[in-house]
Design a binder for this molecule. Structure first.
Ligand code: CMP
Length: 138
């Protein structure tokens, strides 16, 4: 069990002006921010980040969407971070997300689902390192 996870506020949420409210819910959920940046991914960068999903039918759509507008990338810290963050954000499909979760509150569809959360400690470390050098993590 690790105490860090990685998140992105996705282009649907930044575009609708939900960034502040989502970060507020994350912080009120007990997570502290260890690294953060606001940036727009190129299709190549989004494709590389989601390389693991390359064979999936939704890969092209996912890459296009994730490079369509700005995102906020962050490394978060809390005890049991990966599991607790996935509870805070809710199911991948917002229609199945529990009341009060970030995706229930802010997401529109399975593709445009407001936030990303790492699914394992190993991926949290890989994904954090994709965006942040050691000098940018505290
Ligand atoms: P995320 O947690 O960022 O990880 C992979 C993403 O792929 C996921 O959130 C969704 O946004 C997206 N995704 C998963 N399943 C589908 C699907 N059936 N159609 C479109 N996008 C999907």
């Amino acid at each position: 069990m690790s105490n860090r996870t990685f998140t992105m506020v996705k282009p649907d949420a930044t575009g609708k002006g939900y960034t502040g409210a989502i970060l507020d819910q994350i912080i009120k959920g007990g997570f502290s921010i260890k690294a953060m940046k606001w940036l727009k991914l190129t299709p190549e960068q989004a494709g590389a980040f989601y390389e693991v999903h390359k064979a999936r039918p939704f890969y092209g759509e996912l890459v296009e969407f994730m490079s369509s507008g700005p995102i906020v990338a962050a490394i978060l810290e809390k005890e049991n971070a990966v599991e607790d963050f996935r509870k805070l954000i809710g199911a991948t499909n917002p229609a199945q997300a529990e009341e009060g979760t970030i995706r229930k509150n802010f997401a529109a569809s399975i593709g445009e689902n407001a936030v990303h959360g790492s699914d394992s400690d190993e991926n949290a470390a890989i994904e954090g390192a994709f965006f942040f050098s050691r000098l940018e993590r505290f």
